[in-house]
Design a protein around this ligand. Structure first.
Ligand code: SIN
Length: 498
């Protein structure tokens, strides 16, 4: 019999159920509410405001008013505040992990893990805050002092996704606050609760009124909120994680006031196994990269290429691992793969599998919905004989499906890996040192994993190229994305003494 986890919170006030604007918990001006459901059962278990234009406007007004005082706070004090926030997040890891798992569906071990991952960004940017001041430049002529000062860009609008309800908001808000920016945030409609809980803890850590503002909204009303922020010239930056079509829309609309943008968009990651790879390590790497969050990450391998000589052995090893994965709700301690976020997600996964089968792919493991568990479950799946014509090779599946394609030569697989408009992550396994650097150089992505499937880290720059977007999150580059450079030159200082 399996052990059951409780997803009830110790601290009920971590579900405030209201927007946080200008240091106050507020309902939407319209009083409308948005229902939040558990993807494991589709049962509604909470409501939050379904905000509109008036709420979005109030949030920007507050963030704009708070900016001059916040940017003037010494970086060391901003860092101390972020450290307090980090400590509170870790202190409430269990409650936050339960909330993540309840609204997003991932197994509780992953929910807790995501909270630690979120906190790692807050800690990292607390430490970076004091190192983001700028440079002194050697002047090319005498009698001058020249400086490149780093300044906060101003009010930042953060629009966050549902797949990592804690980590994505943390890695946007922490660098913004560290840099001295103020923030308006709209979390994903499916997973607003974790964001509100994190903001509650930020309030307890002492983030001043107006510095951080959050409004929740339904899918239907989100454009109303975001349009206010896009049109308002006081919003100087948009940071967004989500789909490429929405990212393009934001880029077009933000052009009206030339806002700075960070866009972390869709991926179509290749995972390549060369014949000289350590196959056990490659399977391990694929399991870690592919099945994290049930395959619902932008960096999940979407296309798996295996060289002819090792194809059958690799597939057999992989199938052995995939067929024993436990699928179930976060309340079941044995679950390794949770429900997908909603029925639309499952429909897309099934469409990709059916399309692949109709074009000649063959299922080795899984390949079906799991209605006995609920409407949002899909079986971990391995398919072979996938090719570039299939939807699963061209679009992000965002689910627990591994389509395997056989290849012969290095040149052929590099061309296939790069044959996509996307360029977020790529992975490959090889033990040939010369090949390793050839392939790492040839792959057109912002992130490359060599003999490693778990790449995420607060110290690393996360982001893509091509239609996967631009900007970087994490690392020192993640702070720079919230700053601009002001060149200051003082002349007339005369010749050096002597
Ligand atoms: C994402 O899926 O957008 C983020 C994944 C990560 O942080 O590793």
């Amino acid at each position: 019999m399996s052990t059951l986890h409780s997803l009830a919170l110790v601290r009920d006030d971590l579900m405030p159920g209201r927007n946080w604007i200008d240091g106050q918990w507020r309902d939407a001006a319209s009083a409308r509410r948005l229902e939040v459901s558990d993807p494991a059962t589709d049962a509604v278990f909470a409501t939050v405001p379904d905000s509109g234009a008036a709420d979005a406007q109030a949030a920007v007004d507050a963030a704009h008013a708070a900016f001059p005082a916040w940017r003037a706070v010494p970086a060391k004090q901003r860092a101390q505040l972020l450290k307090r926030w980090n400590a509170l997040i870790l202190q409430h890891q269990e409650d936050l992990g339960r909330l993540v798992s309840r609204e997003q569906g991932k197994p509780l071990a992953e929910g807790r893990g995501e909270v630690a991952y979120a906190a790692s960004y807050v800690e990292w940017f607390a430490e970076e805050a004091v190192r983001g001041g700028g440079e002194v430049i050697s002047p090319p002529v005498a009698g001058r002092r020249m400086l490149a000062l780093k300044e906060p860009v101003g009010v930042v609008a953060a629009i966050t996704p549902w797949n990592f309800p804690a980590a994505m908001i943390a890695r946007k808000i922490a660098p913004a606050l560290a840099a001295g920016c103020t923030v308006v945030c709209k979390p994903a409609e499916d997973t607003p609760l974790t964001s509100l809980a994190l903001v509650r803890l930020a309030q307890e850590a002492g983030v001043p009124a107006g510095v951080l503002n959050i409004v929740t909204a339904s899918r239907e009303r989100t454009p109303e909120v975001v349009d206010v922020w896009l049109a308002d010239a006081r919003v100087r930056k948009i940071t967004f994680t989500g789909s490429t079509p929405v990212g393009k829309h934001l880029a077009r609309e933000a052009a009206g006031t030339l806002k700075k943008l960070s866009l972390e968009l869709g991926g179509n990651a290749p995972f390549i196994v060369f014949e000289d790879a350590d196959l056990e390590a490659a399977v391990e790497g694929l399991m870690a990269a592919k099945f994290r969050n049930g395959g619902q990450t932008c960096v999940c391998p979407n296309r798996v290429f295996v060289q002819q000589a090792v194809h059958d052995r690799f597939v057999a090893l992989l199938a052995d691992r995939v067929e024993v994965l436990q699928v179930g709700p976060a309340t079941d301690a044995a679950s390794q793969i949770g429900p997908m976020i909603n029925a639309r997600a499952v429909d897309k996964i099934d469409r990709h599998v059916q399309d692949a089968l109709s074009r000649g792919a063959r299922v080795v493991v899984g390949g079906q919905r799991l209605p006995a568990l609920g409407l949002n479950y899909y079986a971990p799946t391995v398919m072979v004989d996938a090719d570039a014509t299939m939807a699963c090779s061209c679009e992000e599946t965002f689910g627990p499906v591994v389509p395997v394609t056989r290849f012969t030569t290095e040149a052929e697989v590099v061309a296939a890996a790069n044959d996509t408009p996307f360029g977020l992550a790529a992975y490959f396994f090889s033990t040939d040192v010369q090949r390793i650097w050839r392939i790492a150089d040839a792959l057109e992505t912002g992130i490359v994993g060599i003999n490693e499937g778990a790449l995420a880290a607060e110290a690393a720059p996360f982001g893509g190229v091509k239609e996967s977007g631009y900007g970087r999150e994490g690392s020192q580059h993640g702070l720079e994305d919230y700053q601009h450079v002001k060149y200051v030159c003082q002349g007339g200082l005369g010749q050096p003494a002597g």
